[in-house]
Structure formats: structure tokens, C-alpha cells
Design a binder for this molecule. Structure first.
Ligand SMILES: NC(=O)c1ccc[n+]([C@@H]2O[C@H](COP(=O)([O-])OP(=O)(O)OC[C@H]3O[C@@H](n4cnc5c(N)ncnc54)[C@H](OP(=O)(O)O)[C@@H]3O)[C@@H](O)[C@H]2O)c1
Length: 389
């Protein structure tokens, strides 16, 4: 028999009630009212399962999408209730008889590839659209051994920094290898070694730019947050104030941005662009793209639909690429780069378990200064005591 733990849930009824409370005005919608603390019956530990205690999680934007039901009403589609959370760091409590890679006391991180397709890419995401999947914004979880990766405790990052990466770092790693690979089909290294790389605000883009910077390219971060730009500038990544271009509200703003990009890249423009947001950011990213450039995105935070002039993109040989989360193999490779390449900026407050809904609200309001972390366990195991800041 499994045991009962506290875990956060999102109910379709809760979303409907909040929509009614604000009379459909989504600007007033409070996602903290929709992410509710609930009880969760853990399944019994099977032969290939791992029972773990969650120590810390990062707040992820797909929870925002689930609570708003803006991309899809995923809680309704999943039978009325989901348990979200697909980026966690935990301590192994017990393992099933056939588990070979982990034992009690190990510190692990998750990946969220829910259902790999025949080439290993996720057709579904764990704790989002993977049927029956239960997420990790809870005190404990039972997961398959295949869902865990050993936490790289010696990588030089502190505990919160490691907890920031399980979802965002593999996404950035995948975007990077795709963008670079596609560009290299068109322009080999022999002809151009150092590329101009642009990313727009957001944790995934920040990590994408760290990969570019680490490989010797010129990296530019266009964000509306001075704190987040400053954190990247310390790594040598040049900041561009997105608000100076009114977040691309009009075509004139996009034109002014294009002029600025021309200037700061000595007339070359951007060879690789990481979007993640779409909406007005998409036109700005396309305007900034160099000939043979590549625009990649795994997100659609501001809009799911994009509009472009196919003729112009053909003439400029620009490639648009759509990615999703990494393969499990790729998630393991991305984890190798914790600390050496990935050095995430963390939001200044580490939230408590009880404050998780407020953390999600503040992420939605875009007031955080780095990747938001929620500490789930009050007592932390000895294995991590040396890396708790
Ligand atoms: N497919 C996948 O596997 C995958 C994985 C991870 C994320 N995603 C998706 O990708 C998107 C970004 O994720 P993330 O983790 O990087 O998000 P994040 O760390 O929460 O950052 C979101 C960023 O959005 C920017 N932003 C907010 N409102 C904006 C506006 N009106 N105009 C322009 N920028 C605005 C902010 O940047 P500034 O204020 O700094 O400009 C903020 O830093 C989300 O939709 C997420 O669901 C997809």
C-alpha cells in the first residue's frame, strides 16, 4: 500500500470558479487561487520504482499555462484534476527490487520526458499531457527509475542552482544543438567560426546563451529585466533593454530594434535566435535574423500563432525550427554541463512549500529576478549540507 502526502493540484472546477470570480477578465485572474494544496495517495513502490522525498523544485511556466488554461484546459482534458510539477530535486527513500541505478540516500533530479517517440523525442510531457502522470510539487513521489538522473552534487553549483535546471537546462541544450546544427548545414565552421546569438527574456533563453558564450560565440540577451540582464552581463553576455523598444508593440519599435541589432553586430545581424515567447517577440527575432539565420523556439508564452512572409524568409535562407523537450539521453548530456556552462541566476527569495502558489503568481506577474525555487523539505539530508547556501 502507498502512503498519503501533501501535493499541489489544479482542478478544472477551480479554474472555472476563478474565471467566474474575475468575470472572464484574465488580467485579474489569480493563479495562486487555482493551485491548491491537496492530498495525494502514492502508488505502492513497484519493482522498477523509486520512492523519493522532494527537497526542492523550480517553478515552471507550463504550470502557469495549466492554471490559466490558455494553451489548452489540460486539467479538464485529464479528467478534471492534475498534480503539476515536472522539475524536482529529491532524496531517494526506497527502491524496488529491480532498481540498479539508485539506492536509498542518493540525491536525484528528474527529467520530464513523458512518452518518448520512436526517435526518443517526447510526444508528451510528464505531469502535463502524459495521461495518468503525477507531478512533483508535493512532499514525496513514486517514480519509475527511468525518470531519474543522479544529481551532480560536485558540479560547483549550490543546491538551489541545481534545482533550477532539470527542466530548463535540457530544453536549452536541445534548442542549442538544433539551432547550431541547422546553421552548420548552411554555413560550415570553416567559413564562419564565431556566431552572433540572440535570446529573449526567460530562464531557458538565458541557459541557451550560456551555451553560446561557453563555445566562444557573441551572445546577446534582450530582456525587460535589469536584474536578469545584469546577471548575464557578469558572464560576458551583452544585455539589450527590451523595454527601450516597448516590447515591440509597433512596427516602428521592431524597426528601431533591427537598426540597433545591425549596429551592435557590425552589420552582420543575428545568426541564431532563441524566441520562446512568440507574439511580438517573433517579429523582432525575425527582423534581427542574419542571412542563413536560424530562429528556434520551444515556447509560445505570448502567442501560439506566428505570421511571416515566406518569400522573404526563402530569399534570406532563414530557417524556423520548432523544438520541444530533450530526449532522455540529451537530458543526461545536459546535466554534464551543470556548473561548467549552466550557472543560473536564482530569484532572491527561496519560497517555502506553503508559499508555492504565491511563487507561481509572482512568476506569472514577471516580478522575479531569476529562476524561482521552492524549498519543499524543511530538513535537508547530510548529503547536500555542503552545498546549501
Ligand atoms: N517545450 C518545452 O519543453 C518547454 C520547456 C521550457 C519552457 N517552455 C515554454 O517556454 C516559455 C518560456 O519559458 P521559460 O522557462 O524560459 O520562462 P521564464 O523563465 O518564466 O521566463 C519568462 C520570461 O518571459 C518574459 N516576458 C514576460 N512577459 C513578457 C512580455 N509581455 N513580453 C515579452 N517578454 C515577456 C520575461 O522576460 P523579461 O521580462 O526578462 O524580458 C520572463 O523572464 C514558456 O511558455 C514555457 O512554458 C517550453
Amino acid at each position: 500500500m502507498g502512503s498519503s502526502v501533501r501535493a499541489y493540484a489544479i482542478r478544472a472546477e477551480g479554474i472555472a470558479a476563478e474565471r467566474e470570480r474575475v468575470s472572464g477578465d484574465m488580467n485579474k485572474f489569480d493563479i495562486a487561487r487555482v493551485i491548491e494544496l491537496s492530498d495525494l495517495e502514492l502508488r505502492a513502490v513497484g519493482p522498477r520504482d523509486v520512492h523519493m522525498r522532494i527537497l526542492a523544485v523550480s517553478a515552471e511556466h507550463n504550470v502557469d499555462h495549466a492554471a490559466l488554461a490558455d494553451t489548452a484546459n489540460i486539467a479538464e482534458a485529464r479528467g478534471g484534476k492534475i498534480y503539476p510539477g515536472n522539475s524536482a530535486l529529491g532524496e531517494v527513500l526506497a527502491v524496488g527490487a529491480e532498481v540498479t541505478r539508485f539506492r536509498p540516500g542518493d540525491i536525484v533530479i528528474t527529467h520530464c520526458n513523458g512518452e518518448p517517440d520512436s526517435f526518443g523525442f517526447p510526444s508528451r510531457i510528464w505531469a502535463y499531457d502524459q495521461p495518468e502522470s503525477i507531478g512533483w510539487y508535493g512532499e514525496e513521489a513514486v517514480v519509475g527509475e527511468w525518470q531519474l538522473i543522479p544529481a551532480p552534487l560536485e558540479c560547483g553549483l549550490n543546491l538551489w542552482e541545481i534545482a533550477a535546471l532539470p527542466l530548463r537546462a535540457p530544453t536549452a541544450y536541445h534548442l542549442w544543438r538544433r539551432a547550431l546544427g541547422i546553421f552548420r548545414i548552411k554555413v560550415p565552421r570553416e567559413r564562419r567560426a564565431r556566431l552572433n546569438v540572440l535570446g529573449f527574456g526567460g530562464g531557458v533563453s538565458e541557459l541557451f546563451l550560456m551555451l553560446a558564450q561557453a563555445e566562444g560565440h557573441r551572445a546577446f540577451f534582450c530582456s525587460g529585466s535589469p536584474a536578469r540582464r545584469e546577471a548575464l552581463e557578469k558572464l560576458g553576455i551583452q544585455g539589450i533593454d527590451q523595454k527601450a523598444f516597448n516590447r515591440f508593440a509597433t512596427q516602428d519599435d521592431v524597426r528601431a530594434f533591427r537598426t540597433e541589432i545591425r549596429k551592435i553586430t557590425d552589420g552582420e545581424d543575428m545568426h541564431l535566435v532563441c524566441d520562446m515567447l512568440r507574439g511580438p517577440v517573433f517579429s523582432a527575432g525575425i527582423a534581427a535574423c542574419a542571412r542563413e539565420g536560424v530562429n528556434v523556439s520551444a515556447g509560445w508564452q505570448l502567442s501560439r500563432v506566428v505570421d511571416y512572409n515566406s518569400a522573404t524568409l526563402s530569399v534570406k535562407q532563414i530557417t524556423l525550427d520548432h523544438t520541444h523537450y530533450e530526449t532522455i539521453t540529451g537530458c543526461n548530456a545536459a546535466t554534464e554541463l551543470y556548473g561548467s556552462v549552466f550557472r543560473p541566476a536564482i530569484h532572491k527569495e527561496i519560497y517555502s512549500f506553503e508559499d508555492l502558489p504565491r511563487c507561481m503568481r509572482e512568476m506569472h506577474e514577471n516580478t522575479q529576478t531569476g529562476i524561482p525555487i521552492v524549498r519543499i523539505a524543511t530538513d535537508l539530508p547530510k548529503a547536500v549540507s555542503g552545498i546549501v547556501p
